[in-house]
Design a binder for this molecule. Structure first.
Ligand SMILES: *Cc1c(COP(=O)(O)O)cnc(C)c1O
Length: 467
């Protein structure tokens, strides 16, 4: 398929703008660019066909099952898109006079209220543009808190070895030393390991619960108590709230601040790198450090992005919560957990769960025994799934499980889809024993076979050059 730049024809275009009927003004000298930007020139038909062609080459939630663990690839109701497309929301400007933005501010206030209720926090900012950005904001709140108290010796953030990679990266970006602790054999926090590293240099702990192996840590109250006792704060990585929303609240588990990926749990489509929101909530005692609107007096507050963040993502989240209501939100969570357990149960006996116990919204398979037996790896299985119309699960994560495949079916899949997925897994299990070679070379019917991943990582071609 040709790139859009290769399809460009000089002089071609689509005139969607009416003729200018106001006086033309030139930019001041020095601000105007000297050469025109190299934008593709195409007719509207060709643009439409280009994107439709691209669309056919990818697998989205609207194409089929997409159990990409830790990513919550669920179906997003159309009504959320419709609300986000209302002209009153799309046409607003952040510098518009306050009297004209009342509705938008109500959206932000109501969303803040509902999401604080769901997370058990007292206040919230929508500035961060993604999950990792939210973590950064949350850990900066912890840093500000210690600094404001003149407690300069707290330089360490504790992160379990099962954590999402963004956790240690965030702590590091915020200038902390990362202290890794090994998980207990059941995948949860090892209390003795935690006690051993806690001290008066502990700034905080970053944790996700349910953790990345899909298990709810039963010691959570003891964990947060120990961290507080040592003078540290507890950060909840709530990228994925699917298992617990409306059922238990991170604030009640003892966490002081949290980020939630509105683009995972709360209905904004993601996966293509579009706008997201890592809403950051905190308890009252941290609220004065939260980012304020750029136009307000900052005081102690930190600033991580302009204005109110990706506002339309908040509109979708609010619509999602309001359409589900206080009964629908926990029901969605319970169905997400039910679906994950159902699928795990149906696959068990072929591919084995890494932790064979009731899971939350996702579970991890350990294919190391299977690989020894057949020579077929988790990567081979993932690639063969593509030929079967299914998006591969998350692979080789979390790092504490070797040959890991992590599945998150989400609440929006039917029992039929789960049965079909389980049948495909069983088929591939048999195929691996019959014809491993076939699986080493999969996918056979996809747009792209097996890219050379080493070359792609070492010599990435990141831009197109007009030659
Ligand atoms: C997705 C995810 C993140 C990061 O969110 P981004 O929006 O991709 O930056 C952090 N932690 C966990 C557990 C996640 O699943």
């Amino acid at each position: 398929m040709k790139l859009i730049f290769e399809k460009s024809v000089p002089g071609r275009g689509c005139s969607i703008l009416p003729a200018c009927d106001v006086e033309e003004v030139s930019l001041p000298e020095g601000l105007a660019r000297e050469t025109a930007p190299a934008l593709p020139e195409m007719a509207e038909t060709d643009i439409s066909r280009h994107y439709t062609e691209l669309c056919k080459r990818v697998h989205g939630v609207n194409c089929g099952f997409y159990p990409l663990g830790s990513c919550t690839m669920k179906y997003n109701p159309r009504i959320d898109e419709e609300m986000a497309a209302l002209p009153g929301f799309t046409g607003i400007h952040p510098l518009a006079p306050a009297g004209t933005t009342e509705g938008c501010r109500q959206v932000l206030d109501t969303a803040r209220q509902y999401l604080c209720e769901i997370s058990g926090m007292d206040d919230m900012t929508f500035q961060p543009a993604a999950g990792a950005h939210g973590e950064f904001t949350g850990v900066l709140l912890i840093k500000q808190y210690h600094q404001a108290r003149g407690d300069a010796k707290r330089t360490k953030i504790i992160v379990p070895d099962s954590a999402h990679g963004t956790n240690p990266a965030t702590a590091n970006m915020c200038g902390f030393e990362v202290v890794n602790i090994a998980s207990a054999p059941n995948g949860c926090v090892d209390l003795e390991a935690l006690k051993a590293v806690l001290g008066d240099d502990t700034a905080g702990l970053m944790l996700t619960n349910p953790n990345t192996v899909g298990i709810f840590d039963e010691n959570i109250l003891e964990i947060t108590r120990l961290v507080h006792e040592a003078g540290g704060l507890c950060y909840y990585d709530g990228a994925n709230l699917n298992a617990v929303m409306g059922v238990v609240r991170p604030g009640d588990m003892g966490f002081d601040c949290i980020h939630m990926n509105l683009h995972k749990t709360f209905a904004t489509p993601h996966g293509g790198g579009g706008p997201g929101a890592g809403a950051v909530g905190c308890k009252d005692f941290l609220a004065r450090f939260l980012p304020k609107s750029a136009l307000m007096d900052g005081g102690d507050s930190i600033q991580v992005r302009s204005f109110a963040g990706n506002f339309l993502v908040v509109v979708r989240a609010l619509t999602y919560v309001m359409t589900l209501g206080c009964e629908g939100v926990p029901e969605a969570a319970k169905n997400a957990v039910l679906n994950a357990n159902y699928l795990m149960h149906k696959i068990r006996g072929t591919f084995e769960p890494a932790f064979d116990r009731i899971c939350m919204h996702e579970f991890v398979l350990d294919l190391s025994g299977f690989k020894k037996e057949t020579g077929v790896s988790a990567l081979d299985v993932a690639k063969t799934l593509i030929d079967n119309g299914m998006h591969p699960p998350t692979m080789y994560f979390p790092l504490i499980v070797h040959e890991a495949l992590m599945l998150e079916p989400t609440e929006t899949e039917s029992m039929d889809t789960l049965d079909l997925a389980a049948a495909i897994f069983r088929e591939l299990y048999d195929l691996a024993h019959r014809d491993p070679e076939y699986m080493h070379n999969a996918p056979h019917n996809a747009q792209i076979a097996r890219p050379d991943e080493v070359r792609a990582a070492r010599n990435p071609v990141l831009r197109w050059n007009r030659v």
